[in-house]
Design a protein around this ligand. Sequence first.
Ligand code: PSV
Ligand code: MN
Length: 424
Amino acid sequence: MQIEKYKIEEHNQSLLKEHQRKLNFVTAGLPNAETILRKLADFQVAIPSWALGTGGTRFARFSGGGEPRSLEEKIEDVGLLHALNRSSGAISLHIPWDIPRNPTAIKALAAQFGLRFDAMNSNTFQDQPGQKQSYKFGSLQNVRKDVRRQAIEHNIEVIRYGQELGSDSLTVWLADGSCFPGQLNFRQAFQNTLEGLQEIYAALPADWKMFVEYKAFEPNFYSTTVGDWGQSLLYASKLGPKAYTLVDLGHHLPNANIEQIVALLLMEGKLGGFHFNDSKYGDDDLTVGSIKPYQLFLIFNELVDGMDARGMDHTRDLGWMIDASHNVKDPLEDLLQSVEAIMLTYAQALLVDRKQLTAAQQANDIVAAQELLQSCFRTDTRALVAEARLRTGAALDPLKLYRSEKIREHLIKERGAGTVATGL
Ligand code: PSV
Ligand code: MN
């Protein structure tokens, strides 16, 4: 299903007057409003192909209906999101959940919706039907060479798929680790993993990047082989200039200072990718900004500051992606909420007066520094983000339009009520 342009225009027309009133309020006294609007209009966040269906808990999965039955339908769904907000212009594929059987046709379909292919994701954390070796005791870290070989070959195959689609990066996330003390020799596991990553790295095309995603824990785990940003950075540094650390917001131990982590990774030129989600307890994969919005703001503040310090392009120089799971909400509504939260927070971070902040820091004026950050965080940026959307031909209120157009009902009619998408 596609949303027609005139529907978006009608919707915008009906909200225009009220929007302009709010916009005038927020832009009054904002000298750099135009620059901020341009940056907001440019910013794109990739949607993972595995988040378009309902996810599950460890116990159950409750389909919401109308879930995409194929990669083509997943692309269609991301196309819908992008038509509504013009900020979701990329899709990230997980192999083998979403193997492009006909890459040329898939690429053409994505292009029709204005989408490009973001980072490719390999999967050595599940056994696939017919697979020769099992990943029960890990993949790249495995004590057995034949298992490690299979995992290396899989990653190289994923790069090949990505090349055909025009992607330019590979994200490696390993569920490798151990469940009990004594099970693993930590140094050997690290060494095996490094050697495997080195082979995969050697297969990267010249203009590709590799992202090494870390994660502190999994249920029923004692250790993970890429457990934190230090270990990821160690791998990335040993691998070379095309390897970077990827930060997933949900992959830290409780209360980790993620803003400090991203600041230092950016300083070292080693932050490559970013997975957005939110959590209360563990890796809950909840809607972005739904639990700790101030933390998200502080992270964005460091991202903007760190990227500017290196002269980086906010949109293109980092791989931005949502990595959440939608268990009880309509996945498309949830994704619209997440993209909105990202844009609002990015806008708040763009409001920070860097010169004033530096002056407060240099004067040890803690109160002024805190006031400055909090006043940006407390600024309602909704009209700015909506204006950026209006200028790019998107909807002023994507969620409202999604509902009034009864998009989910249409999808259920088209695809059926019991469909289950591949993925988590
Ligand atoms: C692992 O928890 C992760 O964050 C990785 O990015 C995976 O690719 C993704 O979730 C899906 O399992
Ligand atoms: Mn992730």
